[in-house]
Design a protein around this ligand. Structure first.
Ligand code: SF4
Length: 373
């Protein structure tokens, strides 16, 4: 299914009658709304800064705007945040929010603090059409795409919660954004692109494209466009070194097999040794973790500026894989390092707060169902 067909089938609900949410509009769309209210275009720029640089949600507090304009804004518009259903902080500082949108759908957003950075993991869809066998979200059917507002407001809500407005603060905790939460971002390309352009705008949320990474399971037809139009870093969920294994654990491989996927990576705009593609590799015991697999991985990536993230598998109820042993993971990493491939082992984070992607949402749905019966 093409990205466009996906977008049509699983479109977010249109705004309900009443006040229109200004969050998620591109600069041009915001300007069109404001000039339609009879205000000059430069007012849209002021409003943009209030919303995205200062993080203000009440028009009354936007003091550089005239009182009459603020009153008109209040009549027609709103600056909305999603509802926070759960806000959990792990003993290691990882923080996870379960967010609910106006139609009751829920997604997860996760903040991961590290010594040298703070990464926010953002969702792009409610559920996922892909059924990667090691992924908990893959067990949830796709309900719909998220709108640009629902995507960008995950970042804004995290900034609210971490107390880091305005965007110009030098001590911002969220330094990096990864589109690596629930869903396949390239199956919701248009909305993801609108949201990321807002995130990258220097007069707004102001997160540099160098600090944004989009993670894909390998939706080949949209990858080049993503690099050309957005210029963000690319992460590819690889997880296997041959088509047979990848077909089994990532069914999208049957559509876009390894050869095609890796050629698209070689062609990804802007890739260089200073700006490498990240290949995600989840360590599954007896599936993809042998020394032969490690050597095959070096061969596969030899002419791509690449680094490999080794991810210890995080089991969830009903998952049928086991995580590779520590020994197997470190032996695998060592072989890659000896082959000049950087291969950090990702630390498992937030284990005490249902850390597997999609687990919190499933738990919330289960509770809601049991409350209804
Ligand atoms: S790994 Fe990503 S693409 Fe695959 S099922 Fe999970 S959310 Fe979907």
């Amino acid at each position: 299914m093409s990205g466009t067909a996906h977008a049509e089938l699983f479109a977010p609900p249109s705004e309900s009658a009443g006040l229109k949410n200004l969050v998620g509009l591109s600069r041009e769309a915001l300007e069109a709304e404001i000039t339609a209210c009879g205000e000059p275009a430069f007012r849209a720029r002021q409003l943009w800064q209030w919303i995205y640089s200062k993080g203000v949600t009440e028009f009354g507090a936007m003091t550089s705007l005239s009182k009459a304009f603020r009153a008109r804004l209040e009549e027609h518009f709103v600056v909305r945040r999603p509802e926070v259903v759960q806000d959990l902080t792990s003993s290691d500082g990882t923080r996870k929010w379960l967010l609910r949108f106006s139609d009751g759908q829920e997604v997860e957003t996760v903040y991961i603090p590290e010594d040298d950075r703070g990464t926010l993991c953002v969702s792009s869809q409610v559920g996922c059409t892909l059924t990667c066998k090691f992924c908990h979200t893959g067990t949830q059917r796709l309900v719909r795409n998220l709108s640009p507002a629902e995507i960008i407001s995950q970042i804004m809500l995290a900034r609210d919660a971490l107390g880091e407005w305005p965007s110009t603060r030098l001590d911002r905790k969220i330094t990096n954004v990864v589109m690596m939460g629930m869903g396949e971002p390239l199956y919701n390309y248009d909305n993801v692109a609108t949201a990321l352009k807002i995130a990258m705008d220097g007069e707004g949320v102001a997160i540099s494209k160098r600090k944004i990474t989009l993670s894909t399971s390998g939706v080949v037809p949209e990858m080049e466009r993503c690099g050309r139009e957005l210029g963000v870093n690319l992460a590819v969920s690889l997880h296997a070194v041959d088509d047979d294994t990848r077909d089994k654990i990532m069914p999208i491989n049957k559509k876009y097999p390894l050869k095609q996927l890796l050629q698209t990576c070689r062609d990804y705009p802007g890739t260089s040794n200073a700006r490498r593609i990240t290949f995600e590799y989840v360590m599954l015991k007896g599936v993809n973790d042998s020394p032969e697999d490690a050597r095959a991985l070096i061969k596969l990536l030899k002419d791509i500026p690449a680094k490999v993230n080794l991810i210890p598998f995080n089991p969830w109820p009903g998952s049928f894989f086991e995580c590779s042993s520590n020994n197997a993971i470190h032996r695998f990493a060592q072989i890659l390092n000896d082959g000049q491939l950087s291969a950090p082992v990702r630390a498992t984070r937030g284990e005490d707060i249902l850390a597997a992607c999609g687990q919190l949402k499933s738990e919330s749905e289960r509770k809601r169902k049991s409350e209804r019966t």
